[in-house]
Ligand binder design. Structure first.
Ligand code: SF4
Length: 253
């Protein structure tokens, strides 16, 4: 039996959280849910960290870290480092913290992962990639069995790959468009809205690049980060953004 292969962009392995050097830490402003496995582990932890974990997790409605008045994670130190990671190691992180800023798209025969641009370091890495998107297999494989993709799924993937192939070779704007295609088109697997998602890619690109001088990669990364933070990571806003594309006409879908 063969296992499910996982593919990632070739820049993926170069991602490292820049922690204390990050200007827009994901540990500020976002309420972070704690998964049940990690919660069980936290409940067994002793000492000052165990006591603080008990104090700083609110079980309702879903277990989550209680943010400070400044909306900081209670485990974020003054140096913007993670106290849980410092004291108990990477393995002690809850699933969301260990995963961020990664995303996954589940095809029938493969899983594709990527880095989301809400993270400023991921945005920098993606936009400075010197060549078009290249997917490489990750050594990790998944236990799920791959299945044969349906005709509809293959048509979607072909459409996605044609969009990717139409992107310019170089430049941060090209890498941005690729990212949007790679991130959003696969979601049509779940709702079949290929035309709307194609238009979403165009609209998101237009919105991010409106007013951009066409030169500064760091400015574009910041614009992409803000969009990702405000829209991509907010299901309601993303759905609203998507529904705004419903009336738009689409060619070549
Ligand atoms: S936004 Fe990215 S670089 Fe910044 S703290 Fe989070 S994972 Fe690290």
């Amino acid at each position: 039996m063969c296992a499910m292969k996982v593919f990632v962009p070739d820049y993926y392995a170069g991602f490292r959280c820049i922690a204390g050097a990050c200007r827009h830490s994901c540990c500020v402003g976002w309420e972070i849910d704690v998964d049940s496995e990690t919660l069980k582990r936290y409940r067994t932890m002793k000492g000052p960290l165990g006591a603080k974990l008990k104090r700083c997790i609110d079980p309702d409605p879903e277990p989550h870290f209680v943010l400070s008045a400044e909306e900081r994670c209670p485990f974020l130190t003054d140096q913007n480092l993670c106290e849980i990671l410092l004291r108990a190691g990477e393995d002690a992180l809850c699933q969301i913290c260990a995963d961020h800023p990664r995303f996954r798209n589940y095809w029938s025969d493969r899983i594709e992962m990527g880095l989301g641009m809400a993270c400023e370091e991921a945005a920098r890495l993606i936009l400075t990639s010197p060549h078009p998107l290249r997917l490489v297999p990750l050594s990790e494989e998944r236990e799920e069995q791959p299945e044969i993709p349906s005709e509809a799924e293959l048509a979607l993937r072909n459409h996605r790959d044609r969009l990717l192939a139409s992107v310019a070779e170089t430049g941060p704007a090209a890498r941005l468009r690729e990212y949007l295609i790679y991130r959003h088109m696969a979601d049509a697997l779940y709702d079949g809205r290929i035309a709307q998602r194609t238009r979403l890619v165009d609209r998101a690109f237009e919105r991010i690049t409106a007013g951009w001088d066409g030169q500064s990669g760091s400015d574009l990364a910041e614009r992409a980060r803000v969009f990702s933070n405000e829209v991509e990571y907010d299901d309601e806003k993303l759905e609203l953004f998507l529904s705004e594309t419903e009336g738009d006409s689409i060619d070549n879908v």
